[in-house]
Design a protein. Sequence first.
Length: 142
Amino acid sequence: MLSLDKRTSVDLLIEQFWKQGYLTLSRKFGTYLPEPSRVGMFDVDVIARQKKNYAIGITLTEEDFKNPALPEKIVYLASRHTKFSNKKVLLFVGVPEDRLKMAKEILEAVEPAVKKNIKLFPIIARTLNTTQRAAGKSALFS
């Protein structure tokens, strides 16, 4: 598998947020959106909202899997609540495709109440289509 840079991983994680219907409030490596603030002592990559439900997104790298404190980080971020309404904040975790099995093993050790609040997504390297129109098609507006 190709090694993904952090920016591409965050972009692919944001696509997962969009597919789930979330609006991005802040993100790392963004041009127009602000950087998300730290949650506790951990850096997060994305903060998003869907109506009155909030979500946090992180992407894990090869170095993160070498860190023995990774399960603590995941449990801490997955157990967050909103300040005033005390609603649970969903945690989206983007994992490289070849480390997905290892991430699932880490989540097996997490208690079920916290595990319900975590969505695991594989980050799959793919090329993004930069051309807007196929050759031979006429433009709708000129």
